[in-house]
Design a protein around this ligand. Structure first.
Ligand SMILES: [Cu+2]
Length: 163
């Protein structure tokens, strides 16, 4: 009824509706997360270094800090894949004093890229598999990278992997 209400004691009742709380071994975290991406410069251009800044945020509570767990020795695993699948990179944005995670990256060619972020908010549990409403987060974004001379504009397509 009120999944946000939890207790560590047995036999407690929900203060909102009076329902008896049921025991669960699952991590009681029903929060939803989204990764905010701010590229610098705003217009990504092939061959020019860019800084990609990622900020994990709790949906509906965007100002709350979202500490991340270390998984495979890193907090964020960033996979950059060109839409034609010709380019594939694995990067690890690092935490900065600005409170976000940054990685410097130079897109080699113009075109569409998919930025696949793999991260686990503390306390959200660790679940392998496709995007879920709790547990491990997989964020996906496609960024349009300008060719060096031909301005093709920039667009972002938030969405899910088409697999
Ligand atoms: Cu990695």
């Amino acid at each position: 009824m009120h999944p946000e209400v939890t207790s560590t004691k047995a036999g407690e009742k929900c203060p909102k509706c009076g329902m008896k709380l049921e025991h669960t071994d699952k991590v009681a975290n029903v929060k939803t997360y989204a990764m905010k991406l701010v590229p610098t410069p705003d217009e990504l251009t092939a061959g020019q270094p860019a800084t990609l800044a990622f900020t994990p945020r709790e949906v509906g509570n965007e100002n709350a800090p979202v500490p991340l767990s270390v998984v495979h020795e890193k907090k964020i695993h960033l996979i950059i894949v060109s839409k034609d699948l010709g380019q594939f990179y694995h990067e690890h944005p690092e935490y900065t004093a600005e409170g976000n995670y940054q990685v410097k990256y130079t897109f080699p060619k113009g075109g569409q890229y998919v930025l696949f972020q793999d991260y686990t908010p503390d306390g959200a549990g660790h679940q392998p598999g496709p995007p879920a409403h709790h547990g491990k987060r997989h964020g996906l974004r496609a960024s349009e990278v300008r060719k060096r001379r031909h301005a093709v504009g920039k667009g972002r397509l938030p969405g899910h992997p088409g697999v």
